[in-house]
Design a protein around this ligand. Sequence first.
Ligand code: BTN
Length: 266
Amino acid sequence: MSDGPPGELVRGLVEGPSVVTAVEWHPAIGSTNERAAALAGEGAPEGVLVLADEQTAGRGRRGRPWSAPAGSSLLSSVLLRPAVEAHLLGALPLVVGLAVAEAVAPHAPGAEVTLKWPNDVLADGRKLAGVLVQRTADACVVGVGLNVDWRDVTRPPELAGRATSLAELAGGAVDRWRVLAGYVGVLGNRYDAWLVQPWSALAAYRGSCATLGQQVRVSPAGGDAPYVASATGVAEDGALEILRDGRSQRLHAGEVTHLRPVTPSP
Ligand code: BTN
């Protein structure tokens, strides 16, 4: 079983100017998101950070399971209580994805770190981290599963060749607590900027979003039939702006697959 975060790191996070106000470490837990949501229900303040070495019921987007062997990942959930208009909350997952992408970049030298809308973090086109933001009655739980060291792990067939980890990219061990410190620092800055100026805070996201300028296959939330469109922009509320059959639309929820870069019409 792995040790938890060093006491010095925890003190630095809690006592320093970060968004984190308390840290909980669990060698094993059902889901850090579930735990943070329960704390939110008990009235816990903004900034509680729940960490685990292993989850027995980790959740991914669209109701999928999220599995990661003990010690392989950084599994975290932060409880936030953002004071923004409700319709803007859809952009929070994008802000978090951006923070993860910026935090991992120094640990993945030479790799191209990008975002796939809404918030998958990719390195050289392979999934490095996933973000799941869940809303409770009066809070948001910001869950991140980041692949730190999967060198000795045999991935299930559906992930083979489609996922990577920091240690594979760096060609050696990566200290997940240093990655955590970086993530918490960037998250705090990006979150604060978003609270003050939701619109301009998304500019950096757009710059790192590999989905923009792509022809994409859209699998809408709710199970409607997939369709092909061009991804043209990201709106203030986090929606993906698409061009479908020549008409502009906004996609608020769903999944996209990158097909090819859009070629300008002659
Ligand atoms: C995705 O499907 O890409 C999002 C995955 C999010 C997984 C993380 S791991 C920590 C936190 N706890 C959970 O149960 N899920 C999130």
